[in-house]
Design a protein around this ligand. Structure first.
Ligand SMILES: *Cc1c(COP(=O)(O)O)cnc(C)c1O
Length: 432
């Protein structure tokens, strides 16, 4: 980075501040992670220069022989990781992946179903402020008040009543395994497509810790930057028989022969132009890392850390939605602690602990205030923290939440956070 230091000291300084923020805080946002230095290198590499509209072997531009190699490598590694027969690694983000997948399987005005945002769903699963809510007729399903898990009785009832063309399963704040098999039963009952969005648990899916959607879902989307620990981006996959997925979708034009081609054409030229080849190269690197045995150990540690935190929180009388977690994420309802999600987020931030406020199911408060916080372990597990640190961190969080206006206490917690961060340094490679 010494070059940037000379040519643009202003931006260099900003980057330096972000580096030290990442080093000096405890990152508990469940959707965040720290990529390896190798991924960082590929993402900052020369492939950012290349225009490569199209797909390997079929580009609109010359000079694509090496980006073709990178994209093919990313695809092959992704297929192996997820046991997929078809992969598109070009979506710029998870939202783009969802848009392309939805536009492949349903037409504007069709009915789709997704998990309610306040119950753990994602904006792209039908929120009125998102393209998905604007283009489609959305029927949201919810979790049960007592169980905190998807209410399949109600989902089936709604599906029979509204006959959706497509059902989306998965979410952003769902602490339990996604119940692909049960969703398939509902989809079959009403003749709907089933789309899994595994943006959050994809690293756990890749290592077999979370069940795989491939046997049950018509199409699977994911981000690459959450538990999968790759660069910021998205991906679309299909499992068995991508040539003819159950004969349910008629090709929309004579040139397109099958669903995988339809998805490819919906990503580009449908919703995107040139792919981010440097990011696709970085995806290849991340998928290579995820194929190694160490990555399974890593994802196991993520879940072990999350379960440890969950137990500690419960022992301190915190209310966890669904009573715990199967994954990397937990959703905590703070109502009994007399603090809003917003106030908790702010106080914890002052103490060097980053979490996000989050709606809880049946929340009485607005999305800007909320009654809960969401906590995840991928990033701190990447730093090497384990069970002992989890216990320590829960105690720190608890002390802030119980006395969130006590500046002296927050200062003390911040010191403990600093000690922890110093013991688990980030990006040694960047220090010169
Ligand atoms: C994070 C997330 C996305 C979107 O990812 P972006 O890359 O931020 O667009 C989509 N779906 C779910 C369930 C997510 O959690």
């Amino acid at each position: 980075m010494s070059h940037l230091k000379q040519t643009d000291p202003e931006l260099f300084k900003i980057l330096g501040k972000e580096e030290s923020r990442e080093h000096n805080t405890l990152e508990l946002i469940a959707s965040e992670n720290f990529v390896s230095y190798s991924v960082l290198e590929a993402a900052g590499g020369v492939m950012t220069n290349k225009y490569a509209e199209g797909y390997p072997g079929k580009r609109y531009y010359g000079g694509c022989e090496h980006v073709d190699e990178a994209e093919n490598l990313a695809r092959e590694r992704a297929k192996k990781l997820f046991n997929a027969e078809y992969v598109n690694v070009q979506p710029h983000s998870g939202s783009q992946a969802n848009m392309a997948a939805l536009m492949t399987f349903v037409k504007v005005g069709d009915t789709i179903m997704g998990l309610d945002l306040a119950h753990g769903g994602h904006l792209t699963h039908g929120s009125p402020v998102n393209f998905s809510g604007r283009l489609y007729n959305v029927i949201s399903y919810q979790v049960g008040k007592e169980t905190g898990r998807v209410d399949f009785y109600n989902l089936m009832k709604l599906a029979k009543e509204h006959r959706p063309k497509l059902i989306i399963c998965g979410g952003s704040a769902y602490p339990r395994f996604i119940e692909f098999e049960q969703f398939r039963q509902v989809a079959d009952e009403v003749g709907a497509f089933l789309m899994a969005d595994i943006a959050h648990p994809s690293g756990l899916v890749a290592t077999g810790i979370h069940p795989s959607p491939m046997p049950y879902c018509d199409v699977v989307t994911t981000t690459t930057h959450k538990t999968l620990r790759g660069p910021r981006g998205g991906m679309i996959m299909m499992g068995k028989d991508p040539e003819n997925p159950w004969g349910k979708v008629a090709p929309k034009s004579g040139r397109v022969k099958n669903i995988s081609e339809l998805i490819d054409s919906m990503v580009m030229p449908g919703i995107q132009g040139g792919p981010l080849m440097h990011i696709i190269a970085a995806k290849a690197v991340a998928f290579g890392e995820a194929l190694k045995p160490e990555f399974k150990e890593y994802t196991k540690a993520i879940v072990k850390n999350a379960k440890t935190m969950a137990e500690e929180f419960i022992s301190l009388d915190y209310h966890l939605i669904s009573g715990g977690t199967d994954t990397h994420v937990m959703l905590i309802d703070l109502t009994n602690k007399n603090i809003t999600g917003k106030a908790a987020e702010n106080a914890l931030e002052k103490a060097g602990i980053t979490v996000n406020k989050n709606m809880v199911p049946f929340d009485q408060r607005s999305p800007f205030i909320t009654s809960g916080i969401r906590i995840g372990t991928p990033a701190i597990t990447t730093r090497g923290m384990g069970v002992a640190e989890m216990r320590k961190i829960v105690k720190l969080i608890d002390s802030v939440i119980n006395d969130h206006e006590n500046e002296a206490l927050i200062g003390n917690v911040k010191n403990s956070v600093q000690d922890l961060c110093n013991s688990f340094p980030l990006y040694d490679e960047l220090r010169d």
